[in-house]
Write a protein that binds this ligand. Structure first.
Ligand SMILES: O=CC(=O)O
Length: 322
């Protein structure tokens, strides 16, 4: 193994200790500078080490602000260990020509499985029935209410990137009618394209949110869209702030929406308490993308991108900033 001095330097930017497996796997290949290991404030660490750093690995959702970037004048690459990159100062990266790669290639299948799981759970009331059976209610209250069939439903996918396309593949196999909304029509996608999410909602029974959170997509699911969806179901595996959560709660409580399957929330880890007692809402704790398998794929992707960068090879999963 090369001595650490000869290895390419990578800033290992994290704010918790749970990702040590990632560090173990990368450290034979890179000299990882990890401010979290020191007692120093990040600003003093970066003012000493930041000047020559060309590549940064962003672990989880550790924020990368414009102030952080000011300490890193030589930065060329951010390898994000997440699919969403809303915790990174994208416009500043764009202005400075810093390339960002994300983890959507590693995470898309698991995120799509989770979205479909939430949807089936909402429609067929699996978690609600589980609570009913465990509470001993079946012999007392009799038959549990029927759920709804998935096949044949009109599903609008909001955001047709790697996660959205995996969701489409799965739900097409279930016999759903798929349509999608994204920034641009994708010529190779065989499903109807809606430029406007309102019109997509009018023509859908279910909306599945798979897009990234940006200024443009913040509260993309607002009161008007919820009204257009009528008694439909919303599934969100993107980011909480894609949805106007206050209005979502109100619509669910008042029975104006059919249900929701939510992995993400506006103020995580806090979930609006009104949702906790609604049987047509299925909740998970921002875990859609994570499995041991996807974590392994993430490690391989991070390794591949960092190695490619230091050998001037093409990168995978590059984020387009517009
Ligand atoms: O939410 C998960 C991710 O962005 O990776």
């Amino acid at each position: 193994m090369a001595s650490m001095e000869n290895l390419p330097v990578v800033l290992f930017h994290r704010r918790s200790s749970y990702t040590l497996a990632l560090k173990d796997r990368l450290s034979p290949h890179f000299h990882l500078l990890d401010p979290f290991d020191t007692q120093e404030p990040i600003s003093s660490f970066l003012s000493v080490h930041g000047y020559s750093i060309r590549a940064l690995l962003c672990v989880g959702y550790t924020p990368i602000t414009s102030e952080t970037l000011n300490f890193l004048p030589s930065l060329e690459l951010i390898v994000a260990g997440s699919a969403g990159v809303d915790h990174i100062a994208l416009q500043e990266c764009h202005r400075r020509g810093i390339t960002i790669t994300n983890a959507s290639l590693a995470f898309a299948e698991d995120a799509a499985d989770h979205a479909v799981g939430l949807l089936i759970d909402v429609l067929r009331r699996i978690s609600a029935a589980d609570r009913f059976v465990r509470a001993g209610s079946w012999p007392v209250m009799g038959d549990f209410p029927l759920g709804f069939k998935l096949g044949g439903k009109r599903v609008g996918i909001v955001g047709y990137g790697s996660v959205g396309s995996e969701v489409a593949k799965r739900l097409a196999a279930f016999g759903c009618n798929i349509a999608y909304n994204s920034r641009k029509r994708k010529p190779s996608v065989p499903f109807p394209y809606y430029e406007n999410v309102h019109n997509l909602a009018v023509d859908s029974d279910i909306l599945i949110l798979c897009c990234s959170l940006t200024k443009e997509t913040h509260h993309i699911i607002n009161e008007g869209v919820m009204k257009s969806l009528g008694k439909g179901v919303i599934v969100n595996v993107g980011r909480g702030s894609l949805v106007d959560e206050k209005t979502l709660v109100q619509f669910l409580v008042e029975g104006k929406l059919g249900g929701a399957g939510l992995d993400v929330f506006e103020n995580e880890p806090h979930v609006p308490k009104e949702m906790l007692c609604l049987d047509n809402v299925v909740l998970s704790a921002h875990r859609a993308v994570f499995t041991p398998e996807s974590f392994e794929a993430l490690i391989e992707l991070c390794l591949a991108n960092l190695k490619a960068f230091f050998s001037n090879e093409p990168l995978q999963s590059v984020v387009k900033i517009e």
